[in-house]
Design a protein around this ligand. Structure first.
Ligand code: ADP
Ligand code: MG
Length: 576
């Protein structure tokens, strides 16, 4: 909550103006019963038309004043609330971008989305409502009580009896409902996760006829959301009737005893009218409380969820001094020395005692069954995670001494899953190399074997991909991702199974082009054909190095490698 309040502090000035205007509205509201009393006692009872006109006009003017104060208050409240939401949203987004992979994976994606959208909106609304009306409510309660006392203490006493009881009751309700509303937000998370998964997997769902099944799963989640929300709201439903009963009993007492006092001359009829009026306002404010409690509880739950992100552990600050010594290209560009690694939160090692070196300009193929740790090698090289044991050197420098940004500038990474952003093809290619010219882009596309396909699109390089754009095939996406990486001209290229969707001929042409680039390459692949084109092959088995050497060497020394070669050769026979 503290962190969120820190954000609110930035809007002290507009919030204070709004509150000040709210006080004007409050004072007018509290003054009105007094004026009514004057009109009754000095005007109506005395039949003095002049007094009625005079105080009536003042009442009208005050009402106008409150009206304008309300409008200007809305303006400032809206300004502060909108800006608060903007600040919170951008801060959350920035924070999430700065997460280490470990922290990022702690939150489900859908939950992050809910926090940046729905939760921000909850807090924004409550902040606006607070400035506009909510903070006025308790003041109306206190003010009405004071004014009632001022007018006639003995009658006001009947009002006071109910109030403490109501306050304790409300406090208990707030405590309970905060818990219930955070449960509700969790249900919203769950729903969003399901929606996200289902929309992403729509093809799979259609192909497996699982639409009905997924539909009923969703229905269950939606039912739980409805159920929990109703439960939380039901609490509110108790508040209103209880309030009304207590306050109406108080009102009856005021009228009953007030009538007695008026007939004996201990009170004036205007006094009674004013106190009744205050009692009504009190009741109105109290019954608004239930609504306010609900909003506050919800916002508190949302604020806590946002805070969880804002206070989550950052990427550890790199204490690496700025290194202005140019990193010379060493002969050994990449070196793994007895590297072992297990993912945070797991105990089984994904990599065990991995050692290999990659010389400058060399192309090394990384092979191994799925789950053998191939992609993990890249994750470590990119410094997404730190090694559990052992060391990794890039250009002779331990990667713990590389600034992450510097290191990643040095590496061109093509992930296993090709991702494109909504935008044009050129924008997608230029994404990692903003300074690239049109010639650069075209050259990279030619090298990545995607240029011809692009020229066939209606708007060539300006064709939009993603939403409302053309749909690219898996192979086209892979080649675009490769083009994006080589456009940056990094000294080291990392391909994570990036040619899996290419046909033999296209892939051969691709490697012919890529082999002319002077970069050092690590190529994860499943295909012997691709591995053969590499200088050396690193064969992984269950997180360990099974073999490392040239194709010929491995044929002679590794039974595992020979087995893979044989199985793929047989596959080819059937294909022919
Ligand atoms: P490959 O790329 O060879 O298919 P990976 O390097 O992706 O294999 O995975 C190696 C092992 O690490 C697997 O057992 C996998 O389940 C595990 N693993 C991969 N990513 C994570 C992660 N983020 N958290 C925990 N375990 C993971
Ligand atoms: Mg992988």
């Amino acid at each position: 909550m503290k962190t969120i309040i820190g954000f609110i502090k930035a809007y002290k000035v507009p919030a204070s103006i709004a509150l000040l205007l709210m006080l004007i509205e409050l004072m007018v509201e509290l003054a009105q019963p007094l004026l009514i009393r004057k009109i009754i006692d000095e005007g109506i009872v005395e039949s003095d038309i002049h007094t009625i006109w005079f105080w009536g006009t003042i009442m009208l003017l005050l009402a106008l004043l409150a009206f304008f104060a309300g409008i200007i208050n809305s303006f400032f409240s809206g300004y502060a609330a909108q800006n608060l939401a903007f600040d919170l949203r951008t801060a959350l987004f920035r924070k999430v971008q700065s997460f280490s992979m470990t922290t990022f994976l702690r939150f489900p994606t859908a939950s992050l989305i809910t926090r940046m959208t729905n939760d921000v909106t909850q807090v924004q609304q409550v902040f606006f409502m607070s400035l506009r009306v909510m903070l006025r409510t308790p003041l109306v309660v206190i003010g009405s009580l004071i004014m009632a006392f001022y007018i006639n203490p003995s009658l006001a006493l009947y009002l006071v009896v109910g109030v403490p009881f109501l306050l304790i009751f409300m406090y208990l309700m707030v405590k309970k409902s905060i818990k219930q509303f955070s449960a509700v937000q969790k249900r919203v998370d769950r729903i969003n996760t399901m929606i996200q998964e289902n929309l992403q997997a729509i093809r799979l769902i259609k192909a497996y006829f699982r639409g009905k099944y997924e539909g009923s799963r969703f229905e269950k989640a939606a039912f739980l959301l409805k159920h929990d929300t109703s439960k939380a709201l039901r609490l509110m439903e108790y508040i209103q009737p209880i309030l009304l009963i207590v306050m109406n009993i108080a009102l009856l007492a005021v009228l009953w005893f007030g009538a007695g006092k008026v007939s004996t001359g201990q009170a004036k009829i205007g006094d009674l009218a004013a106190i009744v009026n205050y009692t009504m306002r009190l009741t109105g404010s109290f019954s608004m409380f239930s609504f306010i409690i609900m909003l506050f509880s919800r916002a508190k739950a949302s604020a806590d969820r946002m805070e969880e992100i804002l206070l989550a552990e950052d990427m550890p600050k790199e204490k690496i001094p700025y290194n202005d010594v140019l990193i010379e290209d060493k002969d050994d560009v990449i070196e793994f020395k007895n590297v072992s690694f297990h993912y945070p939160g797991t105990t089984t090692y994904a990599l065990q005692n991995i050692s290999f070196t990659c010389r400058k300009g060399e192309k090394i193929a990384i092979m191994g069954a799925t789950g053998s740790g191939k992609s993990t090698i890249f994750q470590l090289l990119l410094k997404f995670y730190d090694c559990s044991e052992g060391e990794i050197f890039v250009n002779g420098r331990n990667i713990t001494d590389w600034k992450a940004e510097e290191l990643r500038q040095y590496l061109g990474y093509v992930p296993q899953q090709s991702l494109l952003f909504t935008g044009t093809i050129a924008e997608n290619m230029r994404w990692g190399a903003t300074a690239a010219t049109e010639e650069d882009i075209e050259k990279a596309a030619v090298q990545a074997q995607i240029h011809t396909s692009i020229t066939r699109f209606p708007n060539k390089y300006q064709t939009r991909v993603g939403q409302k754009g053309v749909n690219l095939s898996g192979g086209q996406k892979q080649r675009l991702s490769i083009a994006r990486a080589i456009l940056r001209k990094p000294p080291i290229l990392l391909f994570d199974d990036s040619t899996s969707a290419l046909d033999v001929k296209t892939e051969a042409a691709l490697w012919e082009e890529l082999d002319t680039i002077s970069a050092t390459m690590l190529v994860i692949t499943q295909k012997i054909q691709t591995a053969k084109g590499a200088n050396r092959i690193l064969l992984l088995d269950n997180g360990t190095v099974a073999a490392f050497g040239t194709h010929q060497e491995l044929l002679g020394s590794s039974t595992l490698y020979s087995k893979i070669v044989r199985s793929q050769a047989e596959g080819e026979k059937y294909n022919d």
